[in-house]
Design a binder for this molecule. Structure first.
Ligand code: X2X
Length: 334
């Protein structure tokens, strides 16, 4: 029976979408780097997309996933993407992309989107279109549908965030991004910029006392092991653009480009559903693991940011055109 199980195992491995199912090596083989652990829906749906792409192109296009910062942190993967060493990279516009393209951060303005319907309408509509046009101007290729990370919540090892004053002096990790730093400075905290690859150990060694991410990441990266409180601030939404190196993209003939985009965007849509579900469902799971949750009224936090000049500052930095497009979907912010 042992041998039988092994044989069945092998047969199951050579399944739909497996490279071994195809006689020839793929004509196009792209690496795809991500910054979150293997079990996160970004990677789960990424692997499904890779299998679907293999199937749809009869083995001509292969996508190899490198999750969990295996190829280096965000800054490393971003420079590999730009040089062509990495063909595909999932990256938040508010993260290191904004160090090269400040406009890309506009979707991360604090307390801008009140819920998912408002958000998707903007990102699948005029705001998303505007953002992709900005990204395209940098020479990168971006697929249409942004992948979901979620509404972000603050975790700490020290005290819960109940009111804005609880941020005073809090050492909190934020991604490497002027907008993120400004947001938490505006709330009175002391933000430290770190790539996600460094977050677990920075929390464990108490270099920082807190961080902010949605439940799906808190769970996949096991941040509950080194954090005690989770305050449901919903202070901003974030997602990952599917970015590609332009020369790599240009290698694909137009029909394969179309198939590629169709498969990737369909996977993004399925991933969004999974993430939204996980970000709700995992709260109970994380609570059972010891994380203490509290709800937060966003109004006083938003008022604190306004008073600190956050909205005025960023309205000016992004400029009237971009800010106008943002406010078309969110309503007045500044
Ligand atoms: O770095 C983060 O916190 C992460 C994983 O959420 C982003 O990609 C912005």
């Amino acid at each position: 029976t042992r041998r039988r199980v092994a044989v069945l195992g092998a047969a199951a491995t050579i399944g739909v979408g497996s490279p071994l199912r195809y006689a020839k090596a793929a004509e196009f083989s792209f690496k795809w780097g991500t910054n979150v652990p293997d079990s996160h829906p970004l990677n789960v749906h990424g692997r499904k997309a890779a299998a679907a792409l293999m199937e749809a192109t009869n083995g001509r296009v292969e996508l190899r996933m490198f999750p969990n910062n295996q190829l280096g942190g965000d800054a490393d993967m971003f420079s590999q993407l730009r040089s062509g060493a990495l063909e595909c990279f999932s990256l938040s516009g508010v993260n290191v992309l904004s160090t090269m393209l400040p406009a890309a951060a506009i979707s991360g303005v604090g307390f801008a989107f009140k819920d998912y319907p408002t958000l998707w309408k903007a990102m699948d509509g005029k705001l998303g279109e505007w953002l992709r046009a900005q990204i395209a101007r940098t020479g990168l290729v971006v697929q249409e549908k942004i992948w979901d990370n979620g509404f972000r919540q603050v975790t700490t090892s020290t005290r819960p965030i109940l009111k804005p004053e609880d941020f005073n002096g809090l050492k909190i990790r934020v991604p490497v991004s002027a907008l993120w730093t400004s947001l938490f400075q505006g709330l009175g905290a002391s933000p430290t910029s770190l790539n996600f690859a460094e977050v677990y150990s920075a929390l464990q060694t108490k270099v920082v006392d807190g961080q902010e991410n949605p439940p799906a990441i808190i769970s996949a990266a096991k941040l509950f092991e080194v954090q005690k409180h989770c305050s449901l601030t919903n202070h901003m939404w974030d997602g990952w653009w599917f970015l590609m190196n332009r020369r790599a993209w240009g290698q694909l003939p137009p029909d394969l480009q179309r198939t590629f985009s169709t498969v990737i965007d369909a996977a993004a849509m399925a991933q969004r559903e999974d993430v939204a579900r996980q970000n709700e469902a995992l709260k109970a799971d994380l609570a059972a693991k010891g994380l203490i949750f509290n709800d937060v009224d966003p109004a006083p936090f938003r008022a604190t940011l306004s008073k600190a000049g956050f909205y005025q500052t960023w309205k000016q930095k992004f400029g009237p055109e971009a800010w106008g497009i943002l406010e078309e979907s969110t309503g007045p912010l500044a």
